[in-house]
Design a protein around this ligand. Structure first.
Ligand SMILES: NC(=O)c1ccc[n+]([C@@H]2O[C@H](COP(=O)([O-])OP(=O)(O)OC[C@H]3O[C@@H](n4cnc5c(N)ncnc54)[C@H](OP(=O)(O)O)[C@@H]3O)[C@@H](O)[C@H]2O)c1
Length: 225
């Protein structure tokens, strides 16, 4: 008997993690359809993927696309790109929360999101505060199965040049092997590992809220290089 395949929707499919995730979901044989909600073209190699150009400010207009089993949210920006705190918050807080609400209304089984190490609504750092806020608001949406990934510095090839991250990546490359014991959670992590962990967790039947710290993500998919 053939297993009934799942369906997915990916927000942030053109990003560092998003692209890796799309490759995995289109090849792992678990999904019959993967909807990608984008605002710029993306090259897709699999017919499993369906690209939709959307206005993120009007996510509700696309609620029919949320009739899927799993929603993956890899959205994010930087203050440098967003320019203002409000614009940053829109991408890292408002869009994910709106997506979660639509997912809940649509009966989505799993909602998986990339947050960040240090997410804390009481943090003195704006970035960590927004990540903490988004996590807390997602709990309130009361999704049947919510999975939050909190990676440390992401490693991987980016289209956009980010000076700070590039320096941190170089340092992390030198120090990663020395970061053992209590320092292990601070090791940089390959974006494709985070994506692989998301795809892996999507196959589990865990209900409720789960948080995965960076070293836990790493151990979950230690086989991914
Ligand atoms: N960088 C790190 O070291 C690090 C560490 C821990 C956690 N994180 C978090 O991990 C998540 C994923 O990071 P990443 O590096 O993979 O992200 P990324 O490469 O910057 O990609 C972000 C995605 O969000 C989309 N996006 C940005 N602004 C948007 C807007 N205004 N409207 C609609 N879509 C928008 C981008 O679409 P376009 O391609 O159209 O711009 C892209 O698909 C983020 O939440 C980030 O905060 C990052």
């Amino acid at each position: 008997m053939e297993l009934i395949k799942k369906t997915a929707l990916v927000l942030g499919a053109t990003g560092l993690i998003g692209k890796e995730l799309v490759n995995i979901l289109s090849e792992n044989g678990q999904y019959q359809k993967v909807h990608l909600l984008v605002r710029r073209p993306i090259e897709v190699k699999s017919e499993v993927c369906e690209v939709h150009f959307v206005e993120y400010d009007k996510l509700h207009n696309y609620s029919e696309l949320f009739q899927v089993t799993d929603v993956f949210c890899c959205l994010g920006t930087t203050i440098k790109v967003a320019k203002t705190k409000e614009a940053f918050r829109k991408v890292d807080y408002e869009y994910p929360v709106e997506a979660a609400r639509i997912a809940k209304e649509s009966g989505v089984e799993k909602f998986l999101i990339v947050s960040s190490m240090g997410a804390d609504s009481k943090s003195i750092f704006f970035y960590s505060q927004v990540k903490g806020d988004v996590e807390e608001s997602l709990y309130k949406v009361n999704l049947p199965s919510l999975h939050i990934f909190r990676p440390s510095l992401l490693l991987g090839k980016r289209e956009e040049f980010r000076f700070g991250e590039k320096v941190a990546e170089k340092v992390s490359g030198m120090l990663n092997k020395l970061m053992i014991g209590p320092l292990r959670p601070y090791r940089g992590i390959q974006a494709r590992k985070v994506a692989a962990a998301m795809a892996f967790v999507a196959q589990s039947s865990k209900k409720g809220k789960q948080i995965y710290l960076s070293h836990e993500i790493d151990s979950m998919v230690g086989f991914v290089e």
